[in-house]
Design a protein. Structure first.
Length: 425
């Protein structure tokens, strides 16, 4: 049985992570090291060329150590940015209409109003016309998320934001692909996550590329006032995800599925609930910590690792091999994005429960994208978010693995009902 998602971390990394929890260290120095390493990443664009057959020119890297801030999570970085920006209460924040619920919760915690802007199913980003239509005189910021591993140009959005004085935040949490991508130069801030299920995971941590020097200075000042993450908290996190990494190896997971079936349970999946970085916690107190030295040491190790871009390219190639077997790959969410690394390969289906049941019977424990939600519209908001609602209700994420054998892809493609294709909005 293929698990719904694997952890992109090896046992040597986990051993290093646990050892780091027992060592002392200066968190400030580790943060500076991570920021320097992330900001000075490679610029050859080779990973993009491998992923989508283009030269990668749509996304010139725009990092720089003097622009980077290492934080506990992307949530922490957004919270810092909104605190530093001090937008008037009641201001509207345009948000691409699918994201993790914590992101719009943070917006509301600052007394702001999240306004969903629907997506194009092909790129998983709103069009320029949709951003324009959603804006009002109360709009003061935009948060745009690259979903499922897609990377697409922001088009005229940076110019629109600059013209109106909006804060433009780019959420690249699901889009990290190695050292060649550091976000869109026109965004005020680009956010990268290294949480538990992300590419090159450090089991936590994030880097914000902040291109507005004044905003970055204010964020740093606020960040220094936050308490430091405890080494014990990090040790418990490493132990938890080491256990989950073991449970999601194919032989162990297959046995767990069989045991669950013998006990009369329909599925084993508490896994999806277990992997949330801040699941079950009071959000703002949980995210308002600086990352500790042990987390930062692991993040630095993951950023130093060679081969991330190659592994991402192999993952994308596996997805394309599957798509070549489908009757019509066009409805795959994000299929027309200039770059799609297939962090998740999500397909539309009219009956997700039936589709996941068929896939499980064939040895593929497909899952719903339960960590994502559709941003709720504020009262009186007229613009619908049809594609966003469709994705949240109908998407099924396929358990692809880099280098998956041809016979497994044949079996997966055969299980997917041709009638499922053409249900995307």
């Amino acid at each position: 049985m293929y698990p719904p998602k694997s952890f992109d971390i090896g046992w040597p990394d986990l051993a290093y992570a646990m050892a780091a929890c027992g060592r002392g260290g200066d968190a400030g120095r580790w943060a500076a090291t991570v920021e320097r390493r992330f900001g000075d990443g490679g610029t050859d664009g080779s990973a993009h060329a491998a992923q989508d057959g283009t030269d990668g020119s749509t996304h010139a890297p725009s990092g720089g150590a003097d622009r980077c801030l290492a934080t506990l999570s992307v949530r922490s970085a957004l919270d810092l940015a909104l605190s530093a920006a001090a937008l008037p209460r009641g201001s509207e924040v345009l948000m691409s209409a699918v994201t993790i619920p914590d992101m719009w919760r943070i917006v509301t915690e600052h007394g702001l109003v999240p306004v969903p802007v629907d997506l194009d199913a092909g790129t998983l980003l709103p069009t320029a016309a949709q951003w324009e239509a959603a804006a009002t005189p109360r709009t003061k910021a935009v948060v745009v998320a690259h979903l499922l591993g897609t990377q697409a140009p922001l088009g005229p959005l940076p110019e629109l934001a600059a013209r109106h004085g909006w804060l433009l935040v780019e959420d690249c949490a699901q889009a990290y692909s190695g050292p060649d991508f550091r976000g869109s130069p026109g965004a005020d801030m680009s956010l990268f996550s290294f949480g538990p299920i992300k590419t090159a995971t450090a089991l936590g941590g994030a880097v914000a590329v902040v291109r507005d020097p004044g905003l970055l200075a204010s964020m740093r000042a606020l960040h220094r006032e936050w308490p430091l993450q405890g080494q014990g908290d990090q040790a418990r996190r490493v132990a938890k995800y080491a256990l989950l990494a073991l449970l999601t190896t194919r032989p162990v997971y297959t046995g767990a599925v069989a045991a669950a079936g013998a006990l009369g349970r329909g599925r084993t999946s508490g896994l999806q609930d277990a992997v949330g970085a801040f699941a079950g916690k009071d959000l703002l107190p949980a995210i308002r910590h600086r990352p500790g030295s042990a987390l930062l040491a692991l993040l630095d190790r993951r950023l130093r690792a060679a081969g991330t871009a190659r592994a991402v390219a192999r993952r994308a190639a596996t997805a394309r091999r599957l798509m070549a077997r489908l009757p019509d790959p066009a409805p795959v969410y994000g299929a027309s994005a200039p770059v799609h690394t297939y962090w998740l390969c999500a397909v539309p289906t009219p009956d997700p429960a039936a589709t996941t049941a068929r896939l499980r019977s064939a040895g593929f424990d497909a899952a719903r994208p339960t960590t994502l939600g559709a941003v709720p519209a504020p009262p009186g908001h007229r613009q619908g978010a049809r594609t966003a609602a469709h994705l949240v209700r109908h998407a099924v994420c396929l358990p692809l693995r880099p280098g998956m054998p041809e016979r497994a892809l044949d079996r997966m493609a055969a299980v997917l009902d041709p009638e499922d294709w053409g249900t995307a909005p």
